[in-house]
Design a protein around this ligand. Structure first.
Ligand code: SF4
Length: 195
């Protein structure tokens, strides 16, 4: 199966507990006001990549404790992501998934593919970004309505209680600047434009 991918990072500490391989999927129908990843909305962008190829890249990533799926909306590509998730879990790696749906919505949808992906998820970070509830006081999320759902005993509230929201800035050799994590992106944009 293939996954439409927006981008990947071999390792970062900006999206879930510990050091993680991050996979941003391409495509999100939700279109939240104030979304910081509007480039991921279209279902025609990004790159279609085979799950086997992605799994190979994940296995080659150095010193990771898990993988994070984010987007875009992972639950708009649940079957292919569940296939990849099964392989990830077989290696003892943990899985964090960000979604604009609430856990209750995913459960109530009675959708076997959603259920399958949830079955591999250790930590689900749920709820769409709501600009009116903007809040950067908790790790990896930008609004108060978003919640941490510990679906297995791999992680607990204690594992994340001391983690602060952070941003990392990567500068490629060609000068491209990549900002990753959760923070006030408008302020960062202004700072980068000033320099
Ligand atoms: S669910 Fe996430 S990616 Fe989709 S529009 Fe909302 S904030 Fe953006």
């Amino acid at each position: 199966m293939k996954i439409r991918v927006y981008r990947m990072l071999k390792q970062t500490k900006m999206a879930g507990p510990g050091n993680r391989f991050c996979l941003w999927v391409q495509g999100c129908s939700r279109h939240c006001r104030g979304c910081m990843a509007t480039e991921t909305w279209t279902h025609h962008g990004g790159r279609l990549i085979n799950t086997a190829e992605l799994f190979k890249l994940i296995c080659a990533a150095p010193h990771i404790e898990g993988v994070t799926f984010l987007g875009g909306e992972p639950f708009e590509q649940p079957s292919a992501l569940a296939e990849l998730a099964a392989n990830i879990k077989s290696q003892g790696l943990s899985l964090t998934v960000f979604t604009g749906f609430t856990y209750e919505e995913l459960r109530a949808a009675n959708n076997a593919e959603y259920h399958n992906l949830l079955g591999y998820t250790d930590l689900l970070i749920d709820g769409a970004f709501v600009q009116a509830q903007f809040d950067l006081s908790r790790p990896w999320v930008g609004s108060k309505n978003q919640q941490y759902r510990f679906l297995t005993n791999r992680y607990s509230k204690a594992d994340i209680s001391n983690i602060k929201n952070q941003i990392e800035v990567r500068i490629a050799t060609n000068g491209t600047v990549l900002v990753n994590g959760m923070g006030d992106f408008s302020q960062i944009k202004t700072l980068l434009q000033e320099n």
